[in-house]
Design a protein around this ligand. Sequence first.
Ligand SMILES: *Cc1c(COP(=O)(O)O)cnc(C)c1O
Length: 459
Amino acid sequence: MTNPSVSASDNKTASVQASPTLAGDINSRAFSTAAIHGGYDTAGNAEACNVPIYATAAFDMHTAEHGDDLASGAVQGFSYSRVANPTTAVLERRLAELEGGAEAVAVGSGMAAVSYALLCAAEGGGRIIAPTSLYGASVDAMLSFFPQFGIHADFVDDINDLDAVEALITPQTRAIFAESVANPSTEVADVPALAALAHRHGIALIIDNTVPTPYLYRPIEHGADIVVHSTTKGITGHGNAIGGVVIDAGRFDWSRGRYPQLTMVEQAISDERNGEFHSFWGKFGPLAFIRRIRVKYLRTLGAVPSPFNSYLQLVGLETLAARERQEVASATAIARHLSQHPRIEHVNYAGLGDTAQAGLVARDFPDGVGTILSFSPQGDESRVLRIIDAVRVFSYVPNIGDSRSLIVNPARITHREVPSRYLKAAGVDDQLIRLSIGLEDVSDLIADLDQAIERAYRD
Ligand SMILES: *Cc1c(COP(=O)(O)O)cnc(C)c1O
């Protein structure tokens, strides 16, 4: 029943598969070349230089015979945009290439990506180990929503405390889930160590790589099995679209008993008329997980991205490397400036290399940890609120990864749904301000913060 090799016969998911791709992967060309050209061929697209927006719900099946072949998976092609769309397919191939993954499924938001990946792994009563420092909506989902579906979380305060993580592993554990760089603390996860631990127990490692983007960090190269992103953030880069993606490294063995949902027969991928019955693992081997995301989760729960939003993300990707380079340089300069400011008590930015994680950062993040940082001004929360009201260049917005610089007070806004015990472990309190650094001139950003802080302490 098992077929670990993914060969031509496995590509029978017709409606799931996409049109021809450019050859090669990230190992054969550099990042920005792949970010601009990956997964797209002008041939078959009216020679359009930019990826066309295929604004169509469905695709012409031409003949009854072709319709039958499409539906059975005997031939590749598009049939209905809830399952696959040519514009979105380019984005999926490009993101898979940039992350060094085998296949990707783009979805309508980062939370859809997080939810689909975690549910797909833990479906049927599984448990997930995760740090308390996760993105607020992810904590809320795992703490008070997924349990309603019989899926439970075991939280640790420090995901790099491998003994604590290992102590939580049970026969029901299906995944370790962590953010490569936590928001807003910027603490980094030791992905190679977590991957080794997870794999020793036959468990998958799922990494939310939103904060660093694949330009700064590529978790699959460090051992992760599944990567998720909120593409709303640095990948789209202009705060103009919501999106998410699930990317599969395509090398995890799902057949060893922990994941019965991937080895049981599924009608959706079987051919009853011809008496052929398949499981996801049996039909797709190591691509079982990502195919299940598309065929079950996207097709059933339906958080599909619009082709227009996929297009905006493709445009954003073209400048990802250039944006990240400038924004990391500005974030580092701002973190340094604030850490010397007499009104600022402390600054959280792992990129300064002054934390207990300096060795880990130097080893795994040579180009920086990302474009967000956080800091605590002296005094009480009233100073935080006054600083927020006094900025003129920064926008007061619950988002990150925009070309505009953003400011927010996480305890009241982005992390409001998180219980206080978890907030504390994540380093979030009423005194914390988070910044997301954009592309404005860094001198204007520093001057803006200085004048806002000055006004916040004027009585
Ligand atoms: C924003 C974010 C999400 C959720 O993404 P949406 O696109 O807003 O649904 C998940 N994880 C992290 C780390 C994020 O920053």
